[in-house]
Design a binder for this molecule. Structure first.
Ligand SMILES: *[C@@H]1O[C@H](CO)[C@@H](O)[C@H](O)[C@H]1NC(C)=O
Ligand SMILES: *[C@@H]1O[C@H](CO)[C@@H](O)[C@H](O)[C@H]1NC(C)=O
Ligand SMILES: *[C@@H]1O[C@H](CO)[C@@H](O)[C@H](O)[C@H]1NC(C)=O
Ligand SMILES: *[C@@H]1O[C@H](CO)[C@@H](O)[C@H](O)[C@H]1NC(C)=O
Ligand SMILES: *[C@@H]1O[C@H](CO)[C@@H](O)[C@H](O)[C@H]1NC(C)=O
Ligand SMILES: *[C@@H]1O[C@H](CO)[C@@H](O)[C@H](O)[C@H]1NC(C)=O
Ligand SMILES: *[C@@H]1O[C@H](CO)[C@@H](O)[C@H](O)[C@H]1NC(C)=O
Length: 542
């Protein structure tokens, strides 16, 4: 394509500019992680998820480096601010940081993110020409965008339904925090649970915040507010959580019976402390907040890193990783790793721990629920379960043995069951319409590799408009070509005229060199500038 050719020219110029200055690539293996640490249009509000992921990336790299006897990795997290301009800037930063000459393994493995389809599409227009792989969450058919599916939350829904079956509830009140901003998951679980419960002839009462319509059977998705427990009397509350709520609930003093169903996977040690003490939380940004519900995203990041590392190991096993690797081959290896991983994670069983608490006592572990494909089973015997948990790799059904019968149920739980079996008369007959915010229309979009010329030139215009001081070297090259190639008309761009005058002013202000020779001279002196660029970047982004 003509488009690709133009980009090659630009990149060759950039490469020609930089190769005089640097001859060797870094010693650590680099991965770039593009995420939104800030998540509002003006890029000033910190996103707790973003901070968590930022800290997690640092921690995960450290954990890897502490235990590896092979190569060490360095993960550069760059803030996209959640918009296209920010994402393009972040991508440029990442590539400049990694050095355009070193964009191949073992020096550079690829990019993780960005998050949204629009941002991925914008960034991909550049990175696809460099053949840099991305690991993303969205489905894609492009050869350089590798889709790592986020774990399905169906196992949580299955776990709740199993508990409801054991408790013999015919009806329950479903409570969620729908007002929360980052509640896509919670909403999704709520919807799935409602649909499945209705299919099982259960009566679901969706809690409406305006009314006190709680029954004595409550299913709460996510972390309950502190005052939530005071609104209820003598109720049984089943709380489902992806993260670690044990400490929080142990401090709750309530006359209600609390059942907690929680993902059994270990929290990453030290993550909570790091998030709460993150340097991002400047005094005026308020106190650091850590939300265990974000662990699902941390796990996704962890898996993405693992896939790159595994792919590099596979490559180096053949002793091929010392020379420059063909980009297509590297993408192929990453893609294969990912496909294997996606298959395995789909087949793997999921474990939920079940806890119970009355009054001021601490949570007592009652047993575990294992969700494997269609089957959901309860194991009341704790010691037996621990052994099985270690055996996660043995996936076949047989290995679980027969589920134990009620004889081994904990005493307090059996007492609870006796009470629960009393007939309920307060079952609502109508299911209120569940309020779900329609936010993510992107789910159905599939990223494609094709790109229209029009879209491409729009992108060039966008790139030219950003980061002028930061990417001096690269952008100068872009400008030289941009101004020489007369064809591009940033059609439908209102700022077209402005941009042109900007360009001219730019060339005056900055004395844009007119010949390649002078530019090369400028660039030969660039190590100092690059050095200072780096420190600015590192202050801002690291
Ligand atoms: C890695 O090792 C260093 C030095 O031994 C130690 O200070 C640090 O806490 C370790 N980090 C992790 C995440 O284990
Ligand atoms: C997008 O992100 C940049 C930071 O890269 C920020 O300056 C800008 O205000 C953001 N918002 C819009 C609407 O572009
Ligand atoms: C929940 O999200 C998944 C994708 O993450 C989607 O496939 C599914 O349809 C959603 N379920 C509901 C009930 O919205
Ligand atoms: C809660 O249960 C206790 C004993 O089971 C009973 O004495 C009390 O009246 C109940 N409270 C309410 C509000 O139902
Ligand atoms: C799940 O159950 C359905 C029938 O209930 C069955 O047709 C399907 O093959 C099962 N899937 C798996 C993965 O076991
Ligand atoms: C699974 O459990 C058996 C004993 O029940 C043990 O011998 C085996 O090593 C375990 N496998 C793994 C992978 O832990
Ligand atoms: C109950 O647990 C004990 C060990 O804790 C075990 O020996 C016994 O077989 C279990 N009973 C049933 C009915 O599963």
């Amino acid at each position: 394509m003509g488009v690709s050719r133009t980009w090659y020219v630009i990149l060759v110029v950039i490469a020609a500019c930089t190769c005089g200055a640097r001859t060797e690539c870094g010693e650590t293996v680099q991965i770039s992680f593009l995420t939104s640490v800030h998540d509002d249009p003006s890029c000033t509000m910190l996103s707790p998820t973003g901070v968590t992921l930022y800290e997690a990336a640092k921690l995960l790299a450290e954990i890897h480096n502490n235990k590896t006897d092979g190569f060490e990795i360095e993960i550069t997290t760059v803030d996209t601010c959640g918009n296209i301009t920010g994402a393009l800037k972040a991508m440029m930063k990442a590539l400049v940081w990694a050095d355009v000459n070193c964009l191949y393994p073992p020096y550079y493995l690829g990019i993780i993110g960005p998050d949204t389809t629009t941002n991925i599409e914008a960034v991909y227009k550049v990175t696809s020409i460099l053949k840099v792989p991305h690991i993303i969450k969205k489905p894609s058919i492009s050869p350089y965008l590798h889709s790592l599916t986020e774990e399905s939350n169906s196992y949580l829904v299955e776990g709740i339904l199993k508990m409801i079956e054991i408790l013999k509830w015919k009806s329950f009140t479903l409570v969620t925090k729908v007002d929360d901003e980052n509640d896509d998951d919670v909403q999704n679980i709520t919807k799935k649970l409602t649909v499945n419960a209705i299919a099982n002839n259960l009566c679901v009462i969706i809690h409406d915040n305006d009314k006190e319509d709680y029954t004595s059977h409550i299913v709460h998705i996510g972390k309950p507010e502190n005052n939530f427990f005071n609104k209820l009397k003598n109720a049984t509350i089943l709380i489902i959580s992806e993260g670690n709520l044990k400490n929080y609930l142990n401090h709750i003093d309530s006359i209600n019976t609390i059942l907690l169903l929680e993902d059994s996977r270990n929290v990453i040690n030290g993550l909570e402390w790091r998030v709460e003490n993150s340097q991002w939380w400047a005094p005026d940004n308020g106190l650091g907040r850590y939300d265990a519900e974000e662990l699902k995203r941390v796990r996704w990041l962890e898996n993405a890193i693992k896939i790159y590392v595994k792919a590099l190991n596979a490559l180096c096993k053949n002793k091929k990783c010392n020379n420059q690797i063909n980009a297509l081959e590297w993408n192929h290896i990453v893609s294969n790793m990912l496909m294997t991983y996606n298959k395995e994670s789909e087949a793997a069983p999921k474990f939920l721990n079940l806890f119970m608490k009355k009054k001021t006592s601490n949570l007592e572990r009652l047993g575990d629920i294992v969700v494997h494909r269609n089957k959901t089973k309860v194991y009341w015997d704790k010691s037996k379960m621990d052994e099985k948990e270690k055996n996660v790799t043995e996936k076949t059904e047989k290995n679980y043995g027969a589920p134990r019968n009620n004889n081994n149920m904990s005493y307090i739980f059996r007492e609870l069951l006796k009470e629960e079996n009393k007939p309920q008369s307060r079952c609502a007959t109508a299911v209120k319409q569940i309020k779900i915010k329609k936010k993510d229309n992107e789910a159905t979009q599939v990223l494609v590799s094709g790109m229209s010329d029009n879209g491409w030139w729009t992108m060039v215009c966008t790139i030219s408009g950003i980061g002028i001081t930061m990417f001096l070297v690269g952008i100068l090259a872009v400008y030289v070509i941009y101004t020489n190639v007369q064809r591009p008309k940033c059609a439908k761009n209102k700022n077209h005229l402005d941009r042109d005058t900007n360009l001219r002013r730019m060339s005056n202000d900055r004395e844009l060199p007119t010949t390649i020779t002078t530019r090369n001279q400028r660039v030969l002196r660039s190590p100092h500038r690059r050095g200072s660029d780096r420190s600015t970047i590192s202050e801002k982004s690291v």
